[in-house]
Design a protein around this ligand. Structure first.
Ligand code: HEC
Ligand code: HEC
Length: 205
């Protein structure tokens, strides 16, 4: 065997090894990406396809970047571990904190990375009836489609709210030390749109 041939064999063996490795990595559960609406096209039943699309969106809704601001109680949570907010702050009457502890005292108009401080001009807590912490994706879906608990929003309003609202968008640009919500905001918006267009059906459990 000529040395060149031996070299070629070595290279191709290495390439196979590499592709096996990459294939292996790709088959691991990846929680930081979102499937496209098209990937559910194989589900013939429209309601089932709709529900499956919402379940995919659920990866975003149940992510700490969202649930930290949609907590069960009156206190926001922090970090990827969703520990209770330090210092202790509460929602207050308007979600912007109590009179003496307004969110805007610390949270500015934009992230301030040297202080690990997240920021946005409208930084405040989601209303109590919009709490997602500790809920299943089916429960969140039921609540999000219930006008009594969703601020009177129609399902189609969520296409814009999730796909374009800048406070929601913060979750994909959360600043230093925080993992962003899965996929992109645009991809999440596309899932909401596909869900609405197929009848906004909720997963059973
Ligand atoms: C006294 C200062 C202070 C006040 C007031 C304050 N925060 Fe914070 N908040 C912080 C700091 C500091 C962090 C970052 C902590 C970290 O990530 O280590 C933070 C982080 C957060 C996070 C975490 C984001 C994430 O996903 O990691 C949320 C949510 C939050 N604050 C909501 C609020 C809300 C809502 C209010 C008003 C009701 C509020 N904060 C008032 C200091 C404050
Ligand atoms: C800094 C706090 C904060 C963060 C972070 C946040 N939200 Fe919210 N969210 C709010 C507030 C405040 C409201 C109420 C706004 C309103 O009704 O106009 C809200 C309302 C909503 C609603 C409407 C709820 C309903 O039942 O109709 C949706 C949907 C929503 N947020 C999605 C998200 C998603 C998705 C994420 C993460 C990608 C997220 N939010 C992250 C504060 C936050």
């Amino acid at each position: 065997m000529k040395p060149e041939t031996r070299f070629q064999i070595l290279v191709s063996v290495a390439a196979i090894g590499l592709s096996t490795l990459t294939g292996y990595a790709a088959s691991q559960p990846v929680s930081n990406t979102l499937a496209s609406p098209e990937s559910f096209a194989g589900i013939a039943d429209t309601a089932a396809r709709s529900a499956a699309t919402f379940t995919e969106l659920g990866k975003v809704l149940t992510h700490p970047r969202c649930t930290n601001c949609h907590p069960a109680g009156d206190r926001p949570h922090q970090t990827d571990a969703s520990r209770l907010h330090q210092p202790p702050v509460t929602r207050g009457p308007d979600g912007h904190g109590t009179e003496t502890m307004r969110c805007s005292i610390c949270h500015g108009n934009a992230n301030f990375d040297p202080g690990r401080m997240p920021g946005h001009p409208e930084w405040h807590l989601a209303p109590r009836e919009m709490a997602w912490e500790g809920k299943t994706i089916a429960e969140i879906c039921a609540q999000i489609t219930d006008p009594a608990r969703n601020g009177g929003r129609k399902a189609e309003d969520l296409i814009h709210h999730i796909g374009e609202d800048t406070l929601v968008g913060w979750a994909w640009h959360p600043g230093f030390g925080r993992s962003p919500a899965p996929g992109t905001q645009k991809e999440a918006g596309a899932l909401v749109e596909a869900w609405v267009k197929t009848g906004a059906a909720c997963p059973v459990k």
